[in-house]
Every structure is written in structure tokens, then in C-alpha cells.
Design a protein around this ligand. Structure first.
Ligand SMILES: Cc1ncc(C[n+]2csc(CCOP(=O)(O)OP(=O)(O)O)c2C)c(N)n1
Length: 567
């Protein structure tokens, strides 16, 4: 340890140590859970925790897990998740989780200890410029410079994390300030920002939509973040427009809604991608139009005028040309559009666009394979409760899950979409379970991603959290193998991967473990997993070389998607 703790208590009963003020500030912000891992530069905060029993601290196994747990927690609790790490390696371990939350607009407040002010800038033990590291992946990062600033800074971090487009905020607190004392303050809450709606843009958008012959809505994560599901459904019905979804928009409209056209983009539904190209007006709500959605931008929606609604003005016009821009919360914009729009009918268009809606069909070969991945995803869907949360990792299984889970309840699909961080699923599922202890939470991972954060099983066991981790085990880093096969002449390089015996591993952690090698064991085993009252792992030995279809080749237009070859 670089410095000694000052063992003296607060000099005056009206003052508290900085470490206590951290806890007070968290209480004032309504936070009662911290996902964290202690170290030298946070020792005073850890010393204060037992005095604040309303704060539940969940000890993770790696700080990346803490950030992903805070992310999963925030997505379900709909308020910022809090993670806490020490300086240096603790802070650097948070970075992947913070970046993932940033890309997916998830509000987290990350608190890091920093070396004492007198040591800063001297390459002190475990000193890292965390502010410099996270500047591009946070909405804001603070270095607290005075003990009096601890409470107001944390209060501000919470309001910034939630305001407008949500995202992560970091607060770095030097250790000497954690030991210093200051009066307790109750900072006033920030006044809510007043949104001014651009009425003429709304009028223009309404005119375009009212006159459209082939209107299409693309629902992004912003619809879910704004909880605007009902307004989305109402608008879609009013103007009779099919609704395509981005990966994080999935579930904005129930997949059994007659207007739900499924996912678009790289692994989207072919009919939906074709509809995007045929549409004359597209209303994009709460999405970035990123490359996985658009494919080759110059060929994206070439017949359409695009109306873009986003709460973040910097997204407008960034990736696609926009005819009308509406900078607003998705719910506010949808309500304003509904009020302006007459009912329309587009029977033929709707029939074309939603023809192959919802989940892609299974094909006959899947009956001849012992455990083809897509039926496995469907079996998970059947074993889970209707309102279960599905937390997917990154890779082929993520796309099979997106295509085949059939999300009918809102806000039930969590994944690291923008960053695509392998290792997300198990810790984020733990965060989701903490936020909603009675919920049915299923993490779905590949054998690669599962091995990146499987140590968080220890956290689930210690906390008694009944998350279920289903590993779609194909013995490969499957998505990369697929690209090697399709786009690198089939040269397989460093993608076969071995796995431990997951049943023994689960057992070693004190969790239940299952393995499924035969189709006729699948439903029974998943039902047993569903009934587990503690954490469990199900290792499903899926077909080794199945691919995700369709796929738009890298750099290609969505219209150039490669459909599933006949077998
Ligand atoms: C942290 C991280 N490293 C590397 C990648 C690149 N990557 C994307 S998908 C993938 C393979 C995933 O393999 P697995 O977890 O087994 O899932 P599968 O694709 O087989 O379903 C890799 C290596 C990534 N997304 N994240």
C-alpha cells in the first residue's frame, strides 16, 4: 500500500469522511447496489461500507464483470448501475464494460479510487490516468479535487448518466480525499432539462408519412429506452406501416404483432431488408443507422426519404442522409406524430414487407442434425418463462438468439450490441437478476465468450443468484470461423477452441452443471435448469459448423445478402 490510512475519526460530528460521503451520495441518488472489487485506493470506501448497510455490495471476480453487471442492472432496473474499482488495474479492467455501456446508451456510474493527490503525476504505484482512458467512452468523467465536492459530483454523475441519451459517467476520487472530512451536504437535484420540439420538423415528418405509399418504421434501442412501446404500436397501426427492428430495438414491438417485420441489416430477415430498399418513406426512431444496419450506405434505402428521430443530435445525418431531423425523446416524438397523422391503409405494401415476418423458418436439414443451433434457441424459449430475460453474448449464438427467441414481452433482450464485447452475457445476466430477483434470467453464450467471464459464476454462487448460463458449444469461435469459411477461402486459423468440462467446472464453483449431447435430452435438461433455484450451466453440444444465415457480406449492400444454401 502506498499510503497509510488515517485512523482518527471525523473531527466534528457534523462532518464525515470522504469515504462516508460517497455512501451518502449514493443513497441520495437512490442507489442501493454496488458491483465492485476492493483495492488500495478504495480501502477507505470499503472501510465505510459496513456503516451503510442499506448499500448492498456485490463482490465480483473481475472488474470487467462489475461494469457489465452494472450495465445489466441498469437495463432492467431502469436507473444507473454502480460499479466501484480501485486505481490502476482495477480501473483499466472496467474499461471494456464502460465502452460497451457507452455504445449501447446504458447509464452506469463508475467510481474509481485514485492515488492520493500528492502522488498524482509521479507514476505512483497503481496510478493510471483513468480520465484520459475513458474520455472517449463516457458521457463525462470527473476527477474530484476537494472533499466537499464528493457529494455534488456523484449527484451530478447520476443526473448526467440519465439525462438525454443515457450513458456511463466516471468519478475518480483520490484516496486522500476519501480520508479527509467535510460537512454532509444534500445537493439539490438538477432541474430537468426542458425539451423544445421543433414543430415545423414534426409537421414536415407528418406530411411525408401521410403521403407515403410505402412507409416503414425502423425501431431502435431509443424506443425501448424511452419506454415508447405502446406509442410505437399506435403510430404503426395508425399509418399501417411495418416495423423493422435493429438488434437492440428487438422487442420494441411484440414479435407476434402483425406489423412486426423482424430484424434488418447484416443478419436481418431478407423480406425486411428488401422492404427497406423498396420503402418511399422511412421513419427511424432511436437508432444510429450503424453499418450493421445499413450495409453499404450508398445503397441503403435508396428510394426513401428518411425521417430520423433521435435524442442525440450528433447522430442525425452522421451515417445516412436525413430528409427531416427530429431531436427528441422517442416517446415525445411518436406522440407528437400520432397527433398529426390521419389513419392510412397500405394493404399490399404491408403484405409484401411483413410476408416473411417474425422468426425465419427452420429448414429441413435441421431435423437430420442431432443439435442444430436454431432449434436449440427455440427450446430455450420454450423452457423459459414468457417474460424471461435473455442476455446474449457475442457471436453466432447472439444472432441465432435474435432471430429465433421470438420476443413477445418488452425489454427482455440484453446484449452488447454496439461494442460486441464477448464475455458480456454472464455478468450482465447477474446484474439483471440483481435488479429483478424474481425474474427468470437466461444467459446465452458461445464456448468462446463463456470462457472470458465464467469466473463470475463465483459471484452468482456467493450471492445465491439463480442465473442460467446456456453455452451453445460448437468447439469454435464460431462467428470468426464462419467469416474465415465464407470470406477467407475457408482457411481456418486459430478459431477451434477447447473447453473445460463445464459440468465439473460448475460443480467446482458450487453451481449445477448439465450437458446435452442428444436432441432427446434437450427439453428435459432445459426444464431441469429452469427449475434450479441457484445458478446453473447447461453445456449444449451444438452442430459444430453451422452458419448464421442470411449474411450480408462485409462492405456489401443489404440487397446482396447471401441466403442459406440448400443442403
Ligand atoms: C472481447 C472480444 N474479442 C474478440 C471478439 C471477436 N469475435 C466476435 S465473435 C467471436 C467468436 C465468438 O465465439 P463463441 O463465443 O464461441 O460464439 P459463437 O460465435 O461460436 O456462437 C469473436 C472472437 C469480440 N467480439 N470480443
Amino acid at each position: 500500500m502506498a499510503t497509510m490510512i488515517d485512523p482518527s475519526g471525523p473531527p466534528d460530528p457534523a462532518t464525515q469522511r470522504g469515504s462516508q460521503l460517497v455512501c451518502e451520495a449514493l443513497r441520495d441518488a437512490g442507489a442501493d447496489i454496488i458491483f465492485g472489487y476492493p483495492g488500495g485506493a478504495t480501502l477507505p470506501i470499503y472501510d465505510a461500507l459496513p456503516d451503510h448497510p442499506w448499500l448492498r455490495h456485490i463482490l465480483v471476480r473481475h472488474e470487467q464483470g462489475a461494469a457489465h453487471m452494472a450495465d445489466g442492472y441498469a437495463r432492467v432496473a431502469r436507473r444507473p448501475g454502480v460499479c466501484l474499482a480501485t486505481s490502476g488495474p482495477g480501473a483499466t479492467n472496467l474499461v471494456t464494460g464502460i465502452a460497451s455501456a457507452y455504445m449501447d446508451s446504458i447509464p452506469i456510474v463508475a467510481i474509481t479510487g485514485q492515488v492520493s493527490r500528492a502522488l498524482m503525476g509521479r507514476d505512483a504505484f497503481q496510478e493510471t490516468d483513468v480520465l484520459g482512458m475513458v474520455a472517449p467512452i463516457t458521457k463525462h468523467a470527473f476527477l474530484v479535487q476537494r472533499v466537499e465536492d464528493i457529494q455534488p459530483t456523484i449527484a451530478r454523475a447520476f443526473s448526467i448518466a440519465m439525462a438525454g441519451r443515457p450513458g456511463p459517467v466516471l468519478v475518480d476520487i483520490p484516496k486522500d480525499l476519501q480520508n479527509a472530512s467535510a460537512p454532509v451536504r444534500r445537493p439539490a437535484a438538477d432541474a430537468p432539462a426542458v425539451a423544445f420540439l421543433d414543430e415545423s420538423a414534426l409537421d414536415d415528418a407528418a406530411r411525408l408519412l401521410a403521403d407515403a405509399e410505402r412507409p416503414l418504421i425502423i425501431a431502435g434501442h431509443g424506443v425501448r429506452l424511452a419506454r415508447a412501446h405502446a406509442l410505437l404500436a399506435e403510430l404503426a397501426r395508425r399509418i399501417d406501416a411495418p416495423v423493422a427492428h435493429t438488434l437492440l430495438g428487438l422487442g420494441a414491438l411484440s414479435e407476434d404483432d402483425p406489423l412486426a417485420a423482424g430484424m434488418l441489416g447484416m443478419h436481418g430477415v431478407p423480406a425486411t431488408n428488401r422492404a427497406v430498399n423498396a420503402a418511399d418513406v422511412i421513419l427511424g426512431v432511436g437508432l444510429r443507422f450503424d453499418d450493421r444496419v445499413t450495409g453499404k450506405v450508398s445503397a441503403f434505402a435508396s428510394r426513401a426519404k428518411i425521417i430520423h428521430v433521435d435524442i442525440d443530435s450528433t447522430q442525425i445525418g452522421k451515417n445516412v442522409p436525413t430528409a427531416v431531423a427530429i431531436v427528441a425523446d422517442a416517446g415525445v416524438a411518436l406522440a407528437a406524430l400520432i397527433a398529426r397523422l390521419p389513419a392510412r391503409e397500405h394493404v399490399t405494401w404491408r403484405g409484401q414487407a411483413v410476408a416473411a415476418r417474425s422468426r425465419p423458418r427452420l429448414v429441413s436439414y435441421e431435423d437430420q442434425v442431432e443439435l442444430a443451433p436454431r432449434p436449440v434457441v427455440r427450446a430455450i424459449r420454450e423452457a423459459a418463462r414468457l417474460d424471461a430475460y435473455f442476455v446474449s453474448d457475442v457471436g453466432q449464438h447472439q444472432m441465432w438468439a435474435a432471430q429465433h427467441l421470438g420476443l413477445v414481452a418488452h425489454d427482455r433482450y440484453l446484449t452488447s450490441a454496439g461494442l460486441g464485447a464477448m464475455g458480456y452475457a454472464l455478468p450482465a445476466a447477474i446484474g439483471a437478476q440483481v435488479a429483478d430477483p424474481g425474474a427468470d434470467v437466461w444467459a446465452i453464450a458461445g464456448d468462446g465468450g463463456a470462457q472470458m467471464t465464467i469466473h463470475e459464476l463465483g459471484t452468482a454462487v456467493q450471492e445465491g443468484l439463480p442465473v442460467k448460463l446456456v453455452i451453445l458449444n460448437n468447439g469454435y469461435l464460431g462467428m470468426v470461423r464462419q467469416w474465415q469459411q465464407l470470406f477467407f477461402n475457408g482457411r481456418i486459423s486459430q478459431t477451434p477452441i477447447s473447453s473445460p468440462d463445464y459440468v465439473k467446472l460448475a460443480d467446482a464453483y458450487g453451481a449445477r452443471g448439465f450437458v446435452v449431447e442428444r436432441r432427446n435430452e434437450l427439453a428435459r435438461t432445459l426444464a431441469a435448469a429452469a427449475a434450479c433455484d441457484g445458478p446453473c450451466v447447461v453445456d449444449v453440444r451444438i452442430e459444430r459448423e453451422a452458419n448464421v444465415w442470411p449474411i450480408v457480406p462485409p462492405g456489401g449492400a443489404n440487397a446482396e445478402l447471401i441466403e442459406e444454401p440448400a443442403r
